[in-house]
Design a protein around this ligand. Sequence first.
Ligand code: IPE
Ligand code: IPE
Ligand code: MG
Length: 247
Amino acid sequence: MASDLLQQLRLNGPVPRHVAVIMDGNGRWARERGRPREFGHRAGMRAVREAVEAAGDAGVEVLTLFAFSQENWHRPQGEVAALMTLLELYVRKERRELKEKGVEVHAVGQLHLLGPRTRAAIQSIVEHTRGGTKLKLNLAISYGSRAEIVHAARRLAERVREGTLMPGEIDEELFAEHLYTPGDPDPDLLIRTSGEMRISNFMLWQLAYTELHVSPVLWPDFTREHFFAALLEYQQRERRFGRVLAT
Ligand code: IPE
Ligand code: IPE
Ligand code: MG
């Protein structure tokens, strides 16, 4: 089934270069089973693994996964702690395989807000996988897009104050280089699971012309097939970028 979809994707032509995912619905998945929210987060790890594999197999260049938002810090302390422990577990379990598969991991977000153990785990996976050329995996952790944009503005302002940059030299390209994702193409496709129709402070700048795919499936149930199906649907879209296409 998945291999049929993959073959179809290849026949259709180009796949998105950059796919971003808002991995949502772990809590509801657990609630449906009468279990604590942490149980859903744990189940969501399998889906992360499948999505990373599927992206690599499909030939996607960059996969950005929204793992923990700046706003998620306001969840109950026990849930935050469980999420941090899971992140550390993910690093321990997947580090070697990601390296073998040529996945280069990057972390984007306000990492200084993380505890020392989580920060060290993230640093270790980033260093261990450096140089991977098959897929770039951005993990958005403690990430908020408005904070990212403010951070970029501040860095540019600093350069103006130092006298190394003129305000008139600030254009869209330079601004984008000061975000957390310099060098990455903008996402071509955004997938959000669990049916929520919102962006939740994710990549506000980068998503300007991204195609949106909202899946009703809760994140722990999101499989390789679902991922490929989203890419297939993307391939049917007509991207116009505000223009009129020649007929
Ligand atoms: C997504 O699942 C994981 C994180 C936000 C960390 P949720 O925990 O938001 O699950 P729901 O939306 O409550 O079902
Ligand atoms: C967005 O999901 C953040 C992540 C998936 C990490 P949320 O569940 O936190 O977003 P809202 O609260 O539904 O907007
Ligand atoms: Mg949610």
